[in-house]
Design a binder for this molecule. Structure first.
Ligand code: ADE
Length: 228
């Protein structure tokens, strides 16, 4: 999968992909992340990217032309499956959406700033709008990093044990069960007996039971529908 991220703050997007699983995914050639500085497409001698909004009101709006020119340039190089805009008023990201998006080959992610982007870009360029939650960040970069991480780890071959993403919380609308590691007793707190039993059927049953218990207690709506 190739992901091109368009941003006015590309510095915010260097570290998230240089470590751990995202780093390995890129080294293995399974994921390519390229960050483009929208400033390179700014207008005039000040490389202007934003302007006052028509109709008045506080806050600057990202202008259509730099964004359109940048995306046009990217589209000259390859065909993109989706042009995604990170915005708090987009569709709320969940695991099902991540699973779906992870099947695409080429994605563009546009990060918003200020008061947002000129609506004409949303109408004519953007094919999907995604929010990572009902709160407002100062820009779309951290949200884009969340999305890329969530997609990258789903790509076949990225995780060592290919099945492990299948047992994540939210796959099958269940939260993951508790996990333990050595020692078997820490400060008088023991690991549940069954996990030391070597009885794989019993362990599997225990994990399913705990998953259901945890989902009922913390996210009951997951059990009833596709909603969180
Ligand atoms: N940009 C600002 N806030 C955001 C959010 N919650 N999700 C996605 N992009 C955003």
């Amino acid at each position: 999968m190739r992901i091109d991220i368009v941003s006015v703050m590309p510095e915010l997007l260097t570290s998230p992909f240089q470590h751990s699983i995202m780093k390995r995914a890129q080294e293995k050639g399974l994921l390519t992340v390229v960050v483009h500085n929208l400033r390179d497409y700014g207008l005039g001698k000040h490389a202007q990217l934003d302007d006052y909004q028509y109709g008045g009101g506080a806050g600057m709006v990202m202008m259509a032309e730099p964004i359109a020119n940048c995306i046009d340039d990217l589209k000259k190089e390859r065909k993109y499956d989706q042009v995604i805009y990170m915005t708090p008023d987009g569709d709320r990201l969940d695991q099902a959406q991540c699973n779906h998006l992870s099947l695409f080959k080429n994605l563009i992610i546009l990060c918003g700033h200020y008061k947002g982007i000129d609506e004409r870009i949303r109408e004519h360029y953007i094919t999907k709008e995604i929010s990572i939650g009902d709160y407002v960040l100062s820009g779309g970069e951290l949200a884009a990093a969340v999305l890329v991480d969530a997609l990258g780890r789903l790509l076949p071959g990225v995780l060592n044990d290919e099945t492990s993403a299948l047992f994540d919380s939210f796959q099958d609308n269940l939260l993951a069960p508790p996990v333990y590691t050595r020692p078997a007793e820490f400060r008088g707190w023991p690991v549940p007996e069954v996990l030391l039993s070597g009885n794989f059927k019993a362990i599997e049953d225990w994990r399913m039971e705990k998953s259901i218990e945890r989902t009922k207690a913390r996210r009951p709506k997951l059990l009833k529908s596709d909603e969180s």
